[in-house]
Design a protein around this ligand. Structure first.
Ligand code: CTP
Length: 156
């Protein structure tokens, strides 16, 4: 079977969509003609102890708009993977190396691949930066904006 004829599936939260997510989805499209992304619902994230900044419907809309993605389905539980592989005729299950070994039980049903992550970026890191940014005192932000404004005027 050529890779163009294959179906690949991945699972994830895709909160604060970033370049690591995009690189992963591009890689999936290079590996298979049909790319399915299972996006975790807010309820499933809550079960995992994960709180998202972007609601499920918006995360789905963003992932659906990516040209490498053919179909988005909801991820509602840990147990759905075998059913999904059968329902959608999945040939390859792929996910980032942070999950290495965790889904080997799927090898009975399809190929399982753990992909290299993009270095130096993650939603957790973005959330940390945002928290740090929001904790900067208001006066400091206003002073920085004044400096930038003066610079801009100088350059005009
Ligand atoms: N991913 C990646 N490279 C990154 C970040 C994520 O390849 N720098 C991959 C993950 O390995 C996973 C998919 O993108 O297969 C969705 O990951 P997700 O957990 O939604 O993103 P993270 O940025 O890893 O989020 P968090 O920090 O909350 O775990």
């Amino acid at each position: 079977m050529s890779s163009a004829e294959k179906t690949i599936i991945t699972y994830g939260t895709f909160d604060l969509f970033h370049i690591g997510h995009l690189n992963l989805l591009r890689r999936l499209k290079e590996m298979a003609g049909r790319v399915i992304v299972a996006v975790s619902t807010d309820e499933f994230n809550a079960q995992k102890g994960k709180r998202t900044l972007i609601p499920f419907e918006q995360r789905v809309a963003i992932v659906e708009a990516i040209r490498y993605v053919d179909l988005v389905i909801p991820e509602v539980s840990w147990e759905q993977k075998i059913d999904d592989v059968k329902t959608y005729g999945v040939d390859i299950f792929a996910i980032g190396k942070d999950w290495e070994g965790k889904f080997d039980f799927l090898k009975e049903y399809c190929e399982v691949v753990y992909l290299e992550r993009t270095h130096d970026i993650s939603t957790t890191e973005l959330k940390r930066s945002l928290k740090h940014f929001l904790s900067i005192p208001r006066e400091d932000v206003l002073r920085a904006l004044d400096v930038l404004d003066a610079l801009r005027r100088e350059l005009e």
